[in-house]
Write a protein that binds this ligand. Structure first.
Ligand code: CAA
Length: 382
């Protein structure tokens, strides 16, 4: 077993860290306060090859492995969790399925400019009444000549207001439940497409989230990804990868909250000494450091398994579950260590605390991760 990173992986990690600390960390609080989408920063990230990291170079990407991706994403998340989810969705949920399931023509048109960061992608599965039970899709797609006509509403779509195109799911045969779901590439300029309600959120406020409304939206038949009825399997396969990204985002948030709390504990005095001298604080720091390390190992293992071409559904769910619950526990304790100052906007732990919550919810709640893990471990009985 080798835990060493390759020279290339170390270089990518350092490059992402340099960018994140220099360009993102200083403005993250302001972007959050203004709910300002980080368009300028995404442009620079694209120049650094961070928007299509696992996309082969022939399609405009960086052609890197998933381990490199999580190393870079952790650095971005530690600086700005909003920018991290924007990056994660474009890389894993948009470019990912197109590279795996798209035709050559679809890749040329819908991967190259997105991996190069000229355009931004999104992933539209959730609906107002369809979250955890993803097979219960109400959006319909009806074939009419050489087009599909889509009707329905997608909600909580990360990147929704800024997306140029999205990988979107709709029912082509509602009698077949999950086997009647198909996957489409939908552009923002298609007739009948509009951006609906733009959400105001508890955390990751600089990322953008909206409803997408489809009213007789005309999608060329050539934009069907895979075959009719293959949509659910594409959606699930894509989420396996996406969950590694959210686990990584949670890891970055937990790490930076821990670092802030550790530093503060050595500076803040009570009863005549630094609070880091008290065992209560030391136990917090020890548990934080241990759980963060365990999160990182789970994330790296899932990424490595994906790179080996193994089935990594269970490992991705474990990584996301553990990292997201760790991020919530660690950020809670970071606020506690900061005491009253932790509750104020003058210190960043308040933002980390708010940003952490979503990692237990999107790309499958913790309850769904447990369901995926349980189904897998029960299947493993000899
Ligand atoms: N890969 C490929 N196929 C898979 C799969 C996987 N990981 N998991 C299941 N499938 C296939 C099964 O093999 C089965 O296929 P067959 O019928 O051909 O055998 C089919 O899918 C149905 O499987 P299940 O019976 O397990 O389906 P289910 O209805 O019980 O649902 C679920 C399973 C795990 C609960 C799923 O609905 C799920 O993951 N729900 C959570 C949805 C989710 O994560 N939403 C997030 C939205 S995106 C987002 O959040 C983005 C963002 O903002 C950042």
């Amino acid at each position: 077993m080798d835990f060493n990173l390759s020279e290339e992986q170390k270089m990518i990690q350092q490059m992402a860290r340099d960018f994140a600390q220099k360009e993102l960390a200083p403005v993250a609080a302001e972007l959050d306060a203004k709910s300002e989408f980080p368009s300028r920063h995404l442009k620079k990230m694209a120049e650094l090859g961070l928007m299509g990291m696992m996309v082969p170079q022939e399609w405009g990407g960086s052609g890197l492995d998933t381990v490199s991706y999580v190393l870079a994403l952790e650095e971005i998340a530690a600086a700005c969790a909003s920018t991290a989810v924007t990056m994660s969705v474009n890389n894993s949920l948009y470019c990912g399925p197109l590279v795996r399931f798209g035709t050559e023509a679809q890749k040329k048109k819908y991967v190259t400019p997105f991996a190069a960061g000229e355009k931004l992608g999104a992933y539209a599965l959730s609906e107002p009444g369809t979250g955890s039970d993803a097979a219960n899709q109400k959006t319909t797609a009806r074939k009419v000549g050489d087009k599909y006509v889509l009707n329905g509403r997608k909600n909580f779509i990360t990147n929704g207001p800024h997306a140029d195109a999205m990988v979107l799911y709709a029912m082509t045969d509602k009698d077949k439940r999950h086997k009647g779901i198909s996957c489409f590439i939908v552009e923002k300029d298609f007739p009948g497409y509009s951006v609906g309600k733009i959400e105001k959120k508890l955390g990751i406020c600089a990322s953008s989230t909206s409803e997408i409304v489809l009213e007789n939206c005309e999608v060329p038949a050539a934009n069907l990804m895979g075959q009719e009825g293959e949509g659910f399997s594409i959606a699930m396969n894509t989420l396996d990868s996406g969950r590694i990204g959210i686990g990584t985002q949670a890891l970055g948030i937990a790490r930076v909250a821990f670092e802030a709390a550790r530093k503060y504990a050595t500076e803040r005095e009570a009863f005549g000494q630094a609070i880091a001298n008290f065992q209560a604080i030391q136990h917090f720091l020890a548990d934080m450091a241990t759980d963060i390390d365990a999160s990182r190992l789970l994330v790296w293992r899932a990424a490595w398994m994906k790179d080996q071409g193994s089935n990594f559904s269970k490992q991705a769910a474990m990584a996301k579950l553990f990292s997201s619950e760790t991020a919530n526990w660690v950020t809670d304790k970071a606020v506690q260590i900061f005491g009253g100052y932790g509750y104020m906007k003058d210190y960043p732990v308040e933002r980390y605390f708010r940003d952490a919550k979503i990692t237990e919810i999107y790309e499958g709640t913790s309850e769904i991760q447990r369901l995926v893990i349980a189904r897998n471990v029960l299947k493993e009985i000899g």
